[in-house]
Design a protein around this ligand. Structure first.
Ligand SMILES: [Zn+2]
Length: 340
């Protein structure tokens, strides 16, 4: 005779141990069950955040925090949207299914029009994991656009990595979020017309990542810049380039003229490219000089931390203390490549 476990016991077991951890030690049938159980686990819904209107057509659901925590449930990056006469266009969809769903509720307060397109600025998960909510609500054929490398990275290992990391950082708040990669690509200079609004695509080489898309809302003189510049948060530069960022800023400004720059993190501003470039140059220039002089990384670090452009931001910038060491190392490494 075989003992059959009551249903509640199985559920309790799944709930306590965690389906993922258990799956590795089980028979194939049980692994499948564990996987299915995990698919049905949903993190809590995201509390409403009232959108701010920054121009005639552009709104931002603003993330107060710069980094994901269990408390903020991954709400660490802005969801920007453009209300056109033809429908709503999303510029970065947030970090989770739940954040995307919240954005849809907020859009409903402003317009009954459907979402007709999504653009993802780059492959970091806080800018596209919310795609799931929009595909769920508006259909799997909803166009989701990105530059070709971004699409490939999200479809590949980076997509899975970011989905898993976001769950971990938020203590599973984003559970249930599925990877919905972009299904269309854009090319630099391409122009889209959505009703009464023109969107122009910009790309000028490696900056924050190898493929950062900036989207200009032509009629409003607003450009969404993703993570190539930030108001008051230190940007991840592991995938980026210091001199590449400076070149990108110059080329973008030459192409668009003066704009209200809407970043993925922090409030929009007209001087963000300038102020962020100043901060980055406070790191890059001492590192480049130190390398040219044949001095060590430790000496570069001492110089950077004394640089007035860096010191000016040290007290208030989100993530400064935890990231500055790595930031300087990456600058020094890139300076070594640049100098030789
Ligand atoms: Zn990023």
């Amino acid at each position: 005779m075989t003992a059959v476990k009551p249903r509640w016991a199985r559920r309790y077991f799944l709930g306590t141990v965690g389906a993922g951890a258990m799956a590795t030690a089980l028979w194939p049938e049980a692994q499948l069950l564990a996987q299915q159980a995990q698919d049905f686990v949903l993190g809590p819904s995201m509390p409403d955040l009232t959108p701010q209107q920054i121009s005639p057509h552009v709104w931002i659901i603003f993330a107060a925090d710069g980094f994901p925590t269990p408390e903020n449930r991954g709400m660490m990056s802005n969801v920007t949207f453009v209300v056109t006469s033809a429908g709503v266009v999303i510029l970065d969809s947030g970090s989770s299914l739940q954040i995307g769903q919240m954005a849809i509720r907020m859009i409903r307060r402003i317009t009954p029009k459907p979402v007709i397109a999504v653009f993802n600025s780059h492959f970091h998960g806080d800018h596209w994991l919310g795609n799931h909510a929009f595909a769920q609500a508006f259909g799997s054929s909803l166009p989701i656009y990105a530059l070709p490398p971004t699409k490939a990275l999200i479809e590949g290992f980076q997509g899975q990595t970011w989905a898993a990391l976001m769950q971990k950082w938020t203590n599973q708040s984003t559970a249930g979020t599925q990877i919905v990669p972009p299904n269309r690509t854009v090319s630099p200079g391409q122009v889209f017309t959505f009703g009464d609004v023109t969107l122009k695509m910009h790309f000028h080489g490696r900056a924050h990542t190898e493929s950062d898309l900036c989207v200009q809302v032509v009629e409003d003189q607003v450009t969404a810049v993703g993570d190539i510049a930030m108001a008051n948060r230190i940007a991840n530069i592991d995938d980026g380039s210091y001199p590449g960022t400076f070149k990108y800023y110059d080329a973008l400004r030459a192409a668009t003229g003066a704009q209200l720059w809407a970043p993925g993190h922090g409030q929009p501003g007209r001087d963000i490219l300038q102020t962020y470039a100043q901060f980055l140059k406070g790191i890059w220039e001492p590192c480049l000089q130190t390398v040219k002089d044949g001095r060590s990384e430790a000496e570069a670090k001492a110089l950077v931390l004394k640089d007035p452009r860096v010191m000016a931001r040290s007290a208030s910038m989100q993530g400064f203390d935890s990231n500055m060491g790595k930031y300087i190392s990456l600058a020094y490494l890139e300076a070594e490549k640049e100098a030789f």
